[in-house]
Design a protein around this ligand. Structure first.
Ligand code: SF4
Length: 89
């Protein structure tokens, strides 16, 4: 597989830039979620299947519905699902 800077794959750009921290970016994201009422978790997704621990696409939903809300995990990789489809409600 082709790799970019460090061990990060080319298709996944560096998300934490100089002067930023993972904790700081997550805190800013939580504020953006509140300010703009962003919906992006499994509960807001058309594929969510409340009676199951996985959604209709087969992904485990527990992590994505957990609090606190984070946009980056401890490795600075995206902590959200790219298959999210809003319910539009
Ligand atoms: S597609 Fe992603 S966001 Fe939607 S329910 Fe499944 S895991 Fe959650």
């Amino acid at each position: 597989m082709s790799r970019g800077l460090g061990n990060r794959p080319v298709f996944q750009p560096q998300l934490v830039h100089a002067g930023e921290t993972i904790a700081g970016l997550n805190a800013q994201f939580r504020q953006d979620v509140e300010d703009f009422r962003l919906e992006f978790t499994c509960r807001d997704c058309v594929y969510f299947w409340p009676a199951k621990t996985s959604c209709t696409l087969g992904w485990t939903v527990e992590t994505l519905c957990a609090e606190p809300i984070e946009i980056l995990d401890a490795k600075a990789e995206p902590a959200f699902c790219k298959a999210f489809e809003p319910t539009g409600s």
